[in-house]
Write a protein that binds this ligand. Sequence first.
Ligand code: KG4
Ligand code: ZN
Length: 358
Amino acid sequence: MIVLGIESSCDETAAALVNDKREILGECVLTQMEHKTYGGVVPEIAARSHLEHIDDILEETFKKAGLHPQDIDAVAAAAGPGLIGGVVVGVMAAKALSLALGKPFIAVNHLEGHALAARLTDNVEYPYLLLLVSGGHCQILIVKGVGDFERLGTTIDDAAGEAFDKVAKMLGLGYPGGPIIERMAELGDENRFILPRPLRNSGDCNLSFSGLKTAVRKIIESYAPNDNIEHAILQKHDVCDICASFQLAVTDSLIYKLQKAIVIFKTRYPQGKDLVVSGGVAANTYLRGKLQQLADLEGLNFAAPPVKYCTDNGVMIAWAGMERALKGLHNSLDFKPRPRWPLDENAPKAAGAGGVKA
Ligand code: KG4
Ligand code: ZN
């Protein structure tokens, strides 16, 4: 079986073809550069760019795979959550192909794409514990099967990637913030600035990054004669130290709450073997190293998709589509794209998981 996957929910226009032997037959990703000057993704610019490039991306993907559209068995698209103007572009392209080819359409939750990516790249088996950290989401989940998630914790404010992006913006480092903060942090002293670990004592697996961002802002303000961070006089080593201290605080918070989640996971699913990380922030080498150490300590296998399948891509959508197709989980062509779409919306709230928000 061959499935086409289309991704257009944020600032990547992407497509891929995968088969049920876990082979990637062809893939194409275009990262929009138009947003760099704005310090974040501008929804209308993103939507227009998806519209302009989607046809070429699809054509290129089939060309790379040496396949014809008639060769596929189903067409999947990320149908949310995300920036609705972009999501609509990918979903409409998928629906048009589905109608023209007479092949089933599959609406994939973008987060399910991230969540199942490691099943393609690392052959991970259900159930597993997942840290999903991207620009828009930060969740700790037990993945029990396709569409079957138990959320143990979530951020109550900013996503981890969002915090990286906002701190980078405050430091004038550009967008996206994650990769550049990681590079600067390599040169810095992570113990120079003591930053808070929000929700440390909340007793649940929830996270918060908004206060951390404010604490970084205060540090930058202390270098500005008039408290205006745009006038801050920072030497390169100061910036590197701020980046390193911030990266440590984020990682430390994630590891601390994951330790709690591992206790719950082991109690409820003693057969579970894997700790998985996914989403754009999972590209961070420092975080991956700390997660590997945690998994070793807890006697779990650690799995992280290769970096290019952690950030948004078409392969993860094609694979989630494949898992759904293999179960006959198709959608009708009147499926409405969803700007908000919690992964665990149909699951009963897990006892002891703490008050989480959608
Ligand atoms: O999953 P993704 O590509 O898009 C969303 O679905 O949000 O994640 C993008 C996020 C951005 O916030 C970006 O700054 C962050 O992932 N990111 C990183 C790294 N590479 C990307 N964060 C920390 N370290 C990195 N190396
Ligand atoms: Zn994503």
